[in-house]
Design a protein around this ligand. Structure first.
Ligand code: NDP
Length: 599
């Protein structure tokens, strides 16, 4: 079926209707924590925990979290000659999200050349433009091995408290395994996407079949493995999957290949653009000049955020949409319009309409059943939700064993012992998989699983009660020698998360080296510098990622009002990531570290 083109007004009206259908008063509260029947989802199914004696000692730097944030910071510290480092992670190995997410088909939507940090330093050649999760996990392990980060690490170790000892100017880190570790510095790379959340569907606890979350894939039950072996135990099973976000889009095709029947319960369809993966030729790779990765990362970030470059090195869906917006804006300016927020919005919406029409036409071209195709079309702007890129997801719905259960924006009605209800239709299931995402909007302490207490008993949760308060997203007043590793209140480059970490890891390592070299005890941001930074960031009122006109999701606080707290927890540098990278480079290289107080 060929889509009849809509006028701009008709498209807006359709977007509004689809959004309104999905708005619910409970917002984030619709989700439930994995307790009770699902409390095992907070455990580590991949590693058997070895008994060991509690550790009681002192190190120079504790890094909390062995994902790319922690690993890159560890590597940069080693490069600065600081060797007394300890990574602590509740997971049984390094890798962060790539340790936990082993679901079939898992891969990264951002090109490996820029996504995998420290490729040059580790001598790693990615196998393809987009690589699969096991290769990414192996790269994390390689960073740890290359920089000796395993040596002192405490893995399978959940932290319970992080407290500042004012008398000694040390952090005291307590763990659930009885450890008590003192550290002069702490770097926290706890990540936003690691605590699974479940849909708060009535009766979810009563399901008598097998159930798990995608970030704790149960290969023992399904058969197969993370490298793509067929999940033969599902051959006679009726499998349901709840959720159609970036994760489900990747695991539906392998499930479709193995399950007897697969029921995909959809509330909101994702936008699925072309993937077009290609192998990387090692000979071509070997010919790249030294320093190529920084150049590639910057080229991508410039183009993805609307800038100009002589060539598009990565050339993918991320850079495509931004270049369309940029070129339209240039056309408007050439035609005599002035650059105003309205002209930007006009260029943005026109490019987005074009892109989303292409995406909807693509559904029609691929999916044979017209009713299924219609239901798989996304009706919102592309950056309202995580854009997806895949060449097998839509195709899976042509298989006779794959059934799209569209819930018309309402979600699954309820669950009982035997399966799932959508309105008054029941679906018998042997296995129910939750591709329902992660806690993003909840308190930092709840997500990381521990509280951090700074000077005068002030906790980070209290200090950030009205939203994050930092300088550069890294330093918070009242928390000396503590460094936060994230993207918020810094570059906030969402399309390539590790690039944010490469920058902040470099900055943090240099600051710590400076404290040690000069025999200072502490480094801390002044209250004035912290507040000035937040005030400066708050001048940034625009965001192309999820605004209140978008269909609800975690990009826009589930469609609920975005108050001071939510804004502070998601803003970045007003002039954008590239300006931030330039700014932080100068700030760091000046050696003055304006805003920080060294004692
Ligand atoms: P998401 O939070 O993006 O998706 C959750 C899904 O569950 C949504 O489709 C949601 O629907 C659905 N859902 C929730 N409640 C119900 C309900 N009651 N009934 C039916 N459906 C329901 O989680 P993901 O794990 O998919 O992705 C999380 C993030 O992880 C991504 O946004 C991305 O940043 C990252 N990721 C990155 C990848 C990469 O390539 N780099 C790959 C995979 C994930 P609705 O949309 O209506 O809310």
């Amino acid at each position: 079926m060929t889509q009849i083109p809509l006028t701009t007004d008709e498209r807006r009206e359709k977007y509004r209707q689809e959004r309104d259908k999905r708005i619910r008063p409970d917002g984030n509260a619709q989700y439930q924590e994995p307790f009770g029947r699902f409390s095992n989802l907070l455990l580590d199914p991949y590693t058997t925990v070895e008994e060991r004696k509690p550790v009681s000692d002192e190190v120079t730097v504790v890094i909390i979290g062995g994902g790319f944030a922690g690993l890159v910071t560890g590597a940069r510290l080693k490069q600065q000659g600081i060797n007394d480092i300890r990574i602590i992670d509740k997971a049984g190995d390094v890798g962060g999200v790539w340790y936990w997410n082993r679901y079939p088909g898992a891969m990264c939507d951002t090109a490996a050349m820029i996504y995998l940090p420290l490729l040059e330093e580790t001598g790693t050649v990615p196998s393809a433009k987009y690589v699969r999760a096991p290769e990414i996990y192996a790269h994390a392990q390689k960073i740890a091995t290359t920089f000796g980060l395993y040596e002192n690490a405490l893995l399978s170790t959940g932290i319970t408290r992080v407290e500042w000892d004012e008398d000694d100017s040390r952090w005291i880190i307590t763990t659930e395994r009885g450890d008590k570790i003192r550290a002069q510095f702490v770097a926290m790379g706890t990540g936003p996407l690691h605590r699974p959340k479940l849909p708060g569907i009535p009766g979810i606890d009563s399901f008598a079949g097998h159930a798990f979350h995608t970030s704790r894939w149960d290969y023992e039950y399904t058969g197969g493995d993370a490298t793509g072996a067929a999940m033969t135990h599902l051959n006679d099973k009726r499998v349901g999957i709840i959720g159609t976000g970036a994760t489900a889009v990747q695991c539906v095709a392998p499930l479709a290949a193995s399950a007897h029947d697969l029921f995909v319960f959809q509330r909101t369809p994702s936008s699925i653009d072309v993937r077009n993966n290609q192998d990387i030729d090692p000979k071509w790779f070997a010919g790249l000049d030294s320093g190529w990765q920084k150049k590639w990362m910057m080229n991508f970030a410039i183009l993805q955020t609307g800038g100009f470059a002589d060539e598009d090195l990565v050339k993918d869906g991320w850079t495509d949409i931004s270049q369309r917006i940029r070129d339209r804006l240039v056309d408007l300016l050439t035609e005599g319009s002035e650059f105003t927020p309205e002209s930007f919005l006009q260029a943005y919406e026109a490019s987005d309409d074009e892109k989303m029409d292409e995406i909807r036409v693509r559904v029609d071209k691929i999916v044979r059943n017209p009713k299924t195709a219609e239901a798989l079309k996304p009706w919102y702007r592309q950056l309202c939700k995580r854009p997806c890129f895949h060449d097998e997801y839509l195709q899976a719905f042509n298989k006779p064993n794959v059934h799209l259960v569209d819930t018309n924006g309402k979600g699954v009605t309820r669950v009982d012992a035997l399966g799932v209800w959508v309105e008054d239709e029941h679906f018998d299931l042997d296995c129910l998989i939750f591709a329902s995402g992660f806690e993003v909007g909840t308190d930092y302490a709840r997500r990381s699983g521990f509280e951090t207490t700074g000077r005068n008993g002030l906790t980070l949760s209290e200090h950030w009660h009205e939203g994050m308060r930092t300088l550069h997203g890294i330093h918070s007043h009242g928390f000396p020698n503590l460094f936060i590793l994230g993207i918020t209140q810094g570059a906030n480059l969402i399309s390539n998360i590790p690039q944010n970490f490469v920058e902040s890891g470099t900055t943090i390592a240099q600051i710590i080296a400076s404290v040690i070299e000069n025999n200072y005890k502490t480094v801390e941001v002044s209250a004035a510098a912290q507040d000035a930074w937040v005030a400066r960031l708050e001048t940034n009122t625009g965001s192309v990622f999820g605004d209140s006109n978008c269909t609800p999701g975690y990009y826009n606080n589930e469609g609920q009002p975005i108050g001071v707290r939510e804004r502070r927890n998601s803003i970045g540098y007003p002039e954008g990531p590239i300006a931030y990278f330039e700014y932080i480079d100068q700030w760091r290289e000046s050696g003055e570290y304006a805003g920080l107080e060294f004692i």
